[in-house]
Design a protein around this ligand. Structure first.
Ligand code: HSE
Length: 435
């Protein structure tokens, strides 16, 4: 039996440093629980002379050559924490080829190369662990892969991007605009200088693809995920949503019924104020999973940050250590393809409820023309609000639309947009009632 597992750490940034520190703090505790020790043997960094606060491995442990770490015969397992998809892919493939298990926190790498990497893991009989890739400290990969293995997952709703949740929470609380809150979040270091990956929904889509793949047994290409971000949401939308009994969240949604195809999408949605997902505030993440046996379950925690992500990496290190101890590459399967012919259903085939905010010229007959277009498309309006206190060339008009086919709604919206009494771009968001 292997008594000590020697770790090669590739990357010593925020997450890598967090892992190094957490291992120093709790490594002995983990060893007593696992019956096997964990020791960092070598660390690959970009810059040897960088001064590091906290994680400060001895200089003899450091190298700038990641390949030397992956191929070092004293290293039993490799932890890839450099991010990006080019070098990271090479690191993971090199380690797997050498028969070494790999732990990664890299969601973009898995989203775009997951199929190739899991195939390599099978070929070289070395496992690939990725708990930290989705929702940081929430053990959602373990939940889907192990705890809910006896369930068909019919619904999965995730608040998977802390930056967007932070921005929307502050817009809601302060009545502030998107640009103002984003600038403040950047100043505070909560949002990246280039915020596009977060605020345009791509980061959440990478994570949604990983969860959907795991839940449904076929690899989901992130390019096929319908993805919308939060840039276009205004303080007015959050105010009207609140008046109607909703909050707005960027949701990752995976829906599947029976043996049919799965729908995977990321978009901002109005969700009922009283729903438990509405209370997920600030940078926190949450995943709501419905299984056909277990019913509804909820997982909540920090989705990013050195400690939360390190906690997930430690969980993978423990699994990898146990697999090495028992010489098993099959106890925990990284990803099992069990629905080879699985397919994604495009959003155009879905039926949803909608919130529609139009800027209209305040004159008689405007509402009648809009209602006529929706009526001809057999789309039902469930409520209309024209709030008092708005004056000027145009005023807001809010329509709530109940259960309409996406394709019909898109066509109707195209016609509404062309009316000369509509000013500016209509704002359409979906309403999610978690049914
Ligand atoms: N940028 C991500 C977020 C964290 O804002 O949630 C890393 O996945």
């Amino acid at each position: 039996m292997q008594k000590k597992v020697q770790i090669g750490l590739v990357g010593l940034g925020t997450v890598g440093g967090g892992v190094y520190d957490a291992l120093r703090r709790n490594g002995a505790l983990m060893a007593s629980r696992l019956g096997v020790g964990l020791r960092v043997r070598r660390v690959a960094v970009r810059n040897l002379s960088k001064r590091r606060v906290g994680a400060n491995p001895p200089a003899a442990m450091l190298t700038t050559d990641w390949a030397a770490v992956a191929n070092d015969p004293r290293v039993d397992l490799v932890v890839e924490l450099i991010g990006g998809t080019t070098v990271a892919r090479q690191v993971v493939l090199a380690a797997l080829r050498a028969g070494k298990p790999v732990v990664t926190a890299n969601k973009a790498l898995l989203a775009f190369h997951g199929e190739e990497l899991f195939a390599a893991a099978r070929r070289y009989r070395a496992n690939l662990y990725y708990e930290a890739s989705v929702a940081g400290g929430i053990p959602i990969i373990k939940v889907l892969r192990e705890a809910l293995i006896g369930n068909r997952v019919t619904r999965l709703y995730g608040i998977l991007n802390g930056t967007c949740n932070y921005i929307l929470t502050r817009m809601q609380a302060e009545g502030a605009g998107f640009a103002e809150v984003l600038a403040d979040a950047q100043r505070l270091g909560y949002a990246e200088a280039d915020p596009s990956l977060d605020v345009d929904g791509h980061d959440a889509a990478h994570k949604a693809g990983i969860l959907a793949s795991l839940a449904h047994g076929f690899w989901v290409n992130p390019r096929q995920i319908h993805t919308e971000g939060i840039r276009h949401i205004t303080a007015l939308d959050l105010k009207f949503a609140a008046q109607l009994g909703y909050v707005i969240k960027l949701l990752a949604i995976v829906k599947k019924d029976g043996r049919g195809s799965a729908q995977v999408s990321v978009y901002p949605a109005l969700i009922p104020k009283g729903h438990v997902m509405a209370s997920v505030a600030g940078v926190f993440n949450a995943v709501y999973v419905r299984g056909d046996v277990v019913g509804d379950t909820l997982y909540y925690g920090r989705g990013a940050g050195a400690d939360a992500t390190a906690s997930a990496v430690l969980s993978d290190l423990a699994d990898a250590a146990l697999d090495l101890k028992h010489h098993s590459t099959e106890r925990v399967q990284a990803f099992v393809s069990h629905e080879r012919n699985g397919a994604l259903r495009p959003i155009s085939a879905a039926t949803n409820s909608f919130y529609l905010r139009l800027d209209v010229v305040d004159q008689p007959g405007v509402l009648a023309r809009i209602a006529a277009i929706l009526g001809r498309a057999r789309i039902g309006i469930s409520s209309v609000i024209q709030p008092e206190g708005h004056e000027g060339a145009s005023v807001p008009l809010i329509l709530m639309i109940h259960d309409a086919p996406e394709a019909a709604m898109a066509r109707a919206l195209g016609q509404i947009r062309k009316l000369n009494t509509i000013k500016g771009e209509p704002m359409m968001m979906r309403v999610e009632n978690f049914t």
